[in-house]
Structures are given as C-alpha cells and as structure tokens.
Design a protein around this ligand. Sequence first.
Ligand code: FE2
Length: 346
Amino acid sequence: MTKAPADMRIEPLAAARFGCRVVFASDDIGRIVETCRRESARMLDAFYAARGLMVIAGLEGIRRQPRALVELSELFGEEVENYRETLTSARFFHDSVEQILVLSNAPPCNHPPPPRAVGDDGRLLLQFPAQANWHTDQSYRRPPPDVTLLLALELPPPGQGQTLFADCIAAFETLGPCMRARLEELEAIHAPSWIGRSRAAVENGEPVLDLLPHQRPQRQPILRRHPVSGQTSLYLCEEKQLDYVDGPVVGLSTGPAGEGAELIRRLLAHATQPDHTYAHCWHRGDLVIADNRNLLHCATWYDAERYTRLMWRTTVMGNPGGEYAGEEKSWIPADGSPIMAGMEHA
Ligand SMILES: [Fe+2]
C-alpha cells in the first residue's frame, strides 16, 4: 500500500535575511520524499525566492536509506554527480552510494576542521579574513556544480562546527557602480587546494604539481547571472581554492601580493559582512540545500580531538547559466586516463 504524503509547510529562516525552512509533519523518509516530489514546484519556488538556501530538519532516517538523499537531490537539478567521476579523492567516497561524498574528521576521510575563529569575547567570527574558509564547492571544475545538499549525521556540541552562508546577490547589489563595472569582464582562476597553487602554498614556496589537461585550474567569471532568477551575483572562493601562480584574477598582477589578490580579499570581506551572512547551527538530521551559483559557504572549527562530525554531501549540476552554455565537463580526461591520476595524495 502506498503511504499518504507527509504534510509540509515552508517558512522563512529565522535570524537571516535569506533562506527558508521546510517542516514536515512526519519523519517517515519515504513519505517525505514522496511529498517533496509532489510539491517540487512549490519547493523550488521557495528555494529560489529564498536566495537558494533551504533547511529541512528531521531527516536522520536517511542514514538507513542513503538513496533517499539522492532522490531528494534529483529535485534540484538534472544530474546528481557521481563522485567517482569528479576530481575527488577516494577517501571521501561513500561505501555504497556513488553520489554521496562523506565529510568527516574520522577515518578514512580524515578531513580536518578549519582553524578556530572567535573574537576576544568568545563569539564566532563570520567575516573574512578572520573566518578564512569561505568557498563554493569544487569551483575548480567548469561548469561548477549548481547546488549542494549537506546532511548532518554526527555533530560536535552546539557552538562548534557550524556552517556559514553568505548571500552574494546582496553582496553584488551593495557594491558601488565603479566596482560593479570593473568586475564585469573579470575572471578568477579556481584551483584545487592540493596542487601547490593556493595562496599559502605559494607563500611557503611549495612545489607546483604537474597536471594533466583535465586537472588544470579553471577560469570562472567573478560575476554570474543566475539562470533561474536572472539576478547577478559575486562568484568567489577562499584563497585556498584559487590559483596564486597564474592568478588569482586573469589580467591583474599575480601572486599573493598582486593586484588580483588584493581584489579577492576586498571582495571576500565585502561578501561576508554580517548583513549578508547566516550561521547554521546544526541539529542531527538537518539537511541544508545551498545554491553554489550565488552563495558562499564556510565550515567552522570544532574540537576534532574530542568529537566526530559526519556529514553526507551531494552536488547537483545541469543549469550553470549562460556563461557556460554548451560547454563540456572540463574534468573528464580526453584520453581515458584516471581522473585523479597523480593526485592520489589529495
Ligand atoms: Fe563546501
């Protein structure tokens, strides 16, 4: 017998200028997926009206039904990515579902939290550069993934391991006209953090890794027009995920002390000011859906010696916008070589 769909309501996210929350009357995962499918148009309208940030609580049951995370992800785009076919180290793979990326400090993932960023009063600092981990997921691929879904399964205590979000449409709209005009044609060069091109790697004189053509850093426009809303957004990344050898900005002087680096720092600080940001304090079973096309996000510190944090992530692609019209995936090798060849240390 088919179960009846779960009742659903959508409300604004408290304590943020953007984002929405979806609340279901049931915690039955099958019923929730069925309701989401039936109400997908309403959910997507709410998602885009809320600048691409949606929180759904109470989905801890997905741990026993991991395919349900893929089914929910399918609502947000035409392709839920198979991580074995992207530039992703095998230590992040889920053991049975190819579309799920595992993020945890526990082995075999061993993904560490970023440094602690709190003020003298102990309060969490949100703004770059005090909080330095702001990024969009896997922006070193073209086209980059549209939407990220992040499910919390094990968490440190409250006050640690939050995820921050910044509304980069608001960030664009609060720039002055001269800066907007300056950014119009500019591109940043996005690069994996493990190839010796990050700001810190260049400052420390680390060797630059030889890359196969499909692994090379990718240019991305600093301004993107959202394919659904038509709104213009900043598209940026932390200094760990940009190329400070040949960039970070095409046409501006290169390196950590160059004009491009100065512009990136200025834009990141602007985009992550308090008026544009939201800090999500996780509860087990929360699913956060975030639009990479117009949001930055940032994990925060937690005590990884004492606690385990376990998140499952999917990314969805297929509608990156006019800037990427007709493009092939940059990360697929033309010669059939392994995607991560030579990057096994990542
Ligand atoms: Fe991320």
